[in-house]
Design a binder for this molecule. Structure first.
Ligand code: ADP
Ligand code: MG
Length: 678
């Protein structure tokens, strides 16, 4: 009997090789293939007569093949095939490059719909490599899937069709009947069929609504389950909330925002209810100090604090910050990361279990089963959007209802934050520490790159340091290749006398750390890097950041990157390089030159890029949604939230048999990989 959990290999035409390709796309079972939703759709339904189409525009033409001209070999590796098509009034030439398969798929005297850019002149019309379908065999709206090498859209579609035919009866609809009626949700089978092979635009929207609703309901149920776990009272109570010793030990005074955030936390510590607080503050606003002050308070009361950072680099940096401040006051700090030797880890784990250490900083190594705390009182997660919501919860489960603090540099609009985080309390740090000069930001074209290099050289000559960040340049080309190549070119040419370090995600953690250490110590002048420097790294002497292909980044990410400089008292600069002529893109990048306010920038980001990208890139630490979009589907989000509340109020643990299916959906959504490690 076929099961939805059957491996994808059970499908005809999926061998070992294709199964591997599917694996890359996160598809391993028949069920995950059915839930491999289209990226977008190509619409062939609005066809026009050839002569009514504007030259140079993408359009859709329905026409009959009346002549086929065989293969023309232009040179080795380049063949052309020409097919002549008529719409009954006028003709057009369709040229296909290198694909005998496509050429042969087009039969004489049959009608097809072609979609592509129409070119030509007053009398002749042509299309190069259009997409086409046979309208007798297909719906007019065709799904377009994310692909990887070794898979074509046609192949994926074929497998999904097969899966629907053979496994479609096994789909289990877990939504309550009453909900389906009241919310006008279609049947599950209809939804799957029409999301992949829409009959028409209406059927597609009905299908999509049903699937979006189900996903958002699942999300809300999962968040509800997580929250209810922390509702109960906690025994972690801090009687002694005097942190003047901590403040006196700092080389600076806390800003008003920092003081307020610390005070919010101290109040929570006395309340008897576990704190669940989000500290939002722009890059460089000094969020780490809030955690440090609260950790100090915990230690005064005999509790441990665990601080989890998303990368090793950041964990090491936090460890240094915490130990520099707290160790002189006789508090013991420990570091626990994945790259430490087994022996080192063992020793640290022992110290955590016996209570020798009061502050424990680490990566996700902290949430492993082998780590247990003597008396965990506070759990801090830095750059929380990098962690999955379940990873945060896992760390908290190591104590008995400890207090929780999450720190985020990705400001999200308040209404959304409330919707997403629900009962999370919010402390906002508005102002940066005194004495900071705003970073001067410029947008330049590649032509001025040489001048920028000159500028960088000049700054380095004055004893400062710089970053150059390159995005992944092209698909297929590895990250390591592009930055390494770039740095070598610099060494050979303009910046031959400068000490350059190269950093990318392919390096081992220890190598990255060593490199960062040398950069922080001033042994390296210029760090050429991919976005691994994006998160939290703090080297105050770095004063210039140049970002190549700036158009490939989102505004919030650019702001994060730029936040790596401007941390000292010297005037810092950020140079965005882009040759993209698109007017909108330039407008978008100009925002960076005009504002240094992270909250404003993220708002603009949301407006300009649209929520799809903003929320697609894991800015919030929630499980990755497959089909719903938290901004576009806000209305559905609200409706589903009401149902989730209703269900949980009757069955807070989703333990009833009637909710078993929903519970499975929740665990599937929340267990999907959410860890991303630079
Ligand atoms: P972020 O909010 O981006 O995590 P950090 O906590 O890394 O910021 O702090 C950025 C820098 O500001 C650090 O070098 C830190 O020592 C410094 N800093 C923090 N608070 C203050 C303050 N009140 N006055 C001056 N410098 C501060
Ligand atoms: Mg930080």
């Amino acid at each position: 009997m076929p099961q939805l959990s059957d491996p994808i290999r059970y499908l005809k035409g999926v061998g070992e090789r294709r199964a591997k390709c599917y694996e890359k796309l996160g598809v391993d079972t028949v069920c995950s293939l059915l839930r491999f939703f289209p990226r977008t759709y190509t619409d062939f339904s609005e066809t026009k007569p050839i002569m009514e189409c504007e030259l140079g525009s993408v359009c859709c033409i329905r026409g009959r093949v009346f002549h086929k001209q065989g293969e023309q070999r232009i040179r080795k590796g380049l063949s052309l095939y020409k097919v002549f098509v008529t719409d009954g009034h006028s003709d057009m030439t369709v040229t296909i490059f290198n694909s005998r398969f496509q050429y042969e798929a087009l039969q004489m005297d049959k009608e097809y719909c072609f979609r592509g850019k129409l070119q030509g002149n007053l009398i002749r019309r042509e299309m190069n490599s259009p997409e086409f379908i046979d309208p007798e065999k297909n719906g007019m709206i065709c799904a377009v899937y994310h692909l990887t090498e070794g898979l074509t859209n046609r192949v994926v579609s074929g497998h999904i069709r097969q899966a629907l035919e053979l496994w479609g009866d096994r789909l289990e609809d877990v939504l309550p009947e009453q909900m389906k009626q009241q919310e006008h949700l279609c049947h599950l089978r209809f939804a799957y069929e029409n999301i992949h092979f829409p009959q028409d635009a209406h059927a597609l929207s009905v299908a999509k609504y049903r699937l979006v609703f189900e996903e958002l309901l699942t999300l809300q149920l999962g968040l509800g389950l997580l929250k209810s776990r922390h509702r109960e009272e906690t025994a972690v109570i801090a009687e002694n909330c005097d942190i003047s010793g901590f403040e006196a030990a700092l080389p600076f005074t806390l800003t008003e925002g920092q003081k307020q955030a610390v005070a919010d936390g101290l109040r929570d510590f006395r309340s008897g209810i576990p704190m669940n607080r989000l500290v939002q503050g722009d890059v460089g606003s000094g969020k780490t100090m809030v955690a440090c002050g609260l950790g100090y308070c915990m230690a005064q009361n005999g509790y441990q604090t665990a601080v989890m950072a998303p990368t090793e680099i950041l964990a090491v940096q936090h460890f240094k910050t915490f130990s520099d401040i707290l160790e002189p006051m006789e508090l013991r700090c420990a570091l626990l990361t994945g790259s430490m030797s087994a022996k080192q880890k063992q020793a640290v784990r022992e110290g955590i279990a016996t209570g020798k250490y009061q502050i424990i900083v680490g990566t996700h190594a902290l949430i492993q089963d082998t780590v247990s705390f003597a008396r965990l009182g506070l759990v801090v997660t830095d750059e929380q959007h990098r962690f999955g919501v379940n990873q945060r919860a896992k760390l908290a489960e190591k104590g008995e209802r400890p207090h929780r603090l999450v720190m985020s540099a990705t400001p999200i609009p308040r209404t959304l934050a409330l919707m997403i985080y629900g009962d999370l309390d919010l402390s906002v740090i508005k102002e940066a520490p005194k004495g900071r000069q705003p970073i001067k930001t410029y947008l330049i074209s590649g032509k001025k790159r040489e001048r920028a290099f000159g500028f960088i050289r000049e700054y380095i000559g004055k004893g400062h340091q710089a970053y150059i960040v390159c995005p992944l340049i092209e698909e297929g080309e590895t990250e390591a290749f592009s930055v390494t190549e770039y740095a070598q070119r610099l060494k050979r040419t303009v910046l031959s006398d400068i000490k350059i370090g190269v950093m990318h995600g392919k390096l081992k953690s220890a190598e990255k750390e060593e490199l960062m250490g040398r950069f922080a110590a001033g042994e390296i002048d210029l760090l050429v890097s991919t976005t691994v420097v994006e998160v939290g790294v703090d080297v105050p002497n770095a004063a210039i950041m140049m970002i190549e292909n700036a158009e490939l980044f989102g505004l919030s990410q650019l702001h994060q990157l730029r936040g790596r400089v401007g941390r000292g008292s010297v005037q810092s600069h950020c140079i965005l390089v882009s040759d993209n002529p698109n007017e909108q893109t330039r407008e978008r990048l100009k925002i960076m030159t005009q504002s240094s306010d992270g909250f404003y920038i993220s708002e603009q980001d949301l407006k300009q890029r649209g929520p799809g990208d903003f929320f697609g890139s894991r800015q919030h630490g929630l499980p990755q949604l497959k089909i719903a979009n938290m901004v576009e589907d806000m209305e559905t989000l609200k409706r589903s939230q009401r149902w989730a509340k209703k269900i949980l109020s009757c069955d807070p643990e989703l333990a009833l048999e009637e909710n078993r299916g929903l519970k499975t959906l929740v665990s599937e959504l929340f267990e999907r990989g959410t860890q991303e490690n630079g």
